[in-house]
Design a protein around this ligand. Sequence first.
Ligand code: HEC
Ligand code: HEC
Length: 453
Amino acid sequence: MKAFFTYFLFFAFSRQLVAGLPDIDADLKIKLKKANVTALPKPGAAKKEYFELGKNLFFDKVLSGERNVSCSSCHSPEHGLSSGMAYGIGGGGIGSGPLRKASAFTQYTLRNPPQLFNLSGQPTHFWDGQVSYYDLDSDQKILTTPEPGLNGEYPYLTEVIEALRLASKTNSNDNFMSLAAQILFPIANTYEMKGSKYAQETNEDYWQRIVNQVLAVDGYKALFKRAFPQAKGQYNIGHIGVAVAEFIRQAFSATETPFDKYLQGRVTALSIEEKRGALLFYSEKAKCSQCHTGPHLSDFDFKSVGVPQGGPGVSADGDDYGRSDYTNSTLDVFKFKTPVLRNVVLSGPFMHNGVFKTMKEVVVHYNDVGYSIDHFDFEKLSQVEQKNYKENSKRNNARYNSVEFEFRMPLHLTEAEIGDLVKFLEISLTDPNTEKSLKSYKGIKVPSGLPID
Ligand code: HEC
Ligand code: HEC
């Protein structure tokens, strides 16, 4: 009898639950279609030889001039491929993740290290989009990067370009070419891997120094030979870009989130709260999908959402003017690339400078951008983040005015709506396989024998 009663209760309850669903699913379906959202396809199989080489290079400090920092020092698998703190700490820093400490000679990066999921689907790289590969006209594609020798119709670093082109040949996806080129720049950045000792060297010389340093390690010669037999022993930094990009493309994908499952038709993949959150995300009320749209939840455009600036800042005055520092256009002031959002919760703190520590803080900011800018409590930031905050807050009006009018207005989200949005961002968009796959790199050994961060 008791069993029957429990069954009856369960039945009545689930009926009630289901009763509310068809409407929300139907609504959501229309909104998702309008925002051009589709599930992400799994990445194609890796080219094994590139992957193996790229994996080793990603974790190996031999890729930095002073052999004291690797990609994983700032893009740590344990912290959602970011640093677990607002900024990254470059060469000479000690430890990894949020416990990583700067030494006397170490620099903090000027921005928050972005996560690296689903990167080969992205047409531009860096917070300000400094690296891209795009159509000049319908039949010609050119690179744009911080290195003039790789850019335009007639790049003069021809061998590097040739090696990078291999990438787009083996990968039908054009975005892969910009990803392979992108890898060259953290290597050559003094705040990241170049270190002060070689700061004066040109990219060209420094890149070749790195290639030689890597090839001097037993174990790498064979890996290079296997990956690039056609290079006949003449390797350059482009080959490194291709191998690391292939590793990132394959290893760091997030395509099995509950949201992807839902998009593939499994209506039970999201809870009712997550569905309400999704509905809001794609609604006129919260407006998120006006920028976070399409399959990656990004328009890959550059927008200002009025994020308060703390920390070192890119500009001489300690602020960060985003895209405009690179385009020199006042129209681009305070604009940053709309980030992709799968697995976003794993890589906090959030935004280009990591000022928001929780997803709720992000949503509360959007709920009233003007209030958030004016009442930002900088006292809660770490010492590094507090740097320049007082100076930068003098530009609060400019920051506010850089946000497009319609996104400046308060959204009037209720506490419950904020909760639903946070659930959508934190649960629906997180791939449950990621944790397991990222953990598999723990304890990895690299050919140089250098310690791993
Ligand atoms: C000292 C910390 C640090 C190290 C080491 C580092 N990065 Fe980064 N990475 C950053 C920061 C900070 C940014 C954002 C810079 C910006 O946008 O101005 C970034 C950006 C990127 C991006 C751009 C993502 C996007 O599309 O916006 C990629 C890809 C990347 N790094 C890969 C790598 C690889 C591969 C390595 C090793 C070769 C590496 N990084 C080493 C801190 C680091
Ligand atoms: C006007 C375009 C625009 C709108 C509208 C918008 N975003 Fe964003 N979003 C961005 C940009 C640009 C950034 C990066 C800003 C920065 O770092 O200064 C960002 C950053 C984020 C981040 C942090 C990602 C990371 O990796 O640190 C999250 C989460 C986010 N947005 C969620 C939302 C939600 C939720 C909404 C709706 C309430 C929303 N966004 C509305 C453009 C937009």
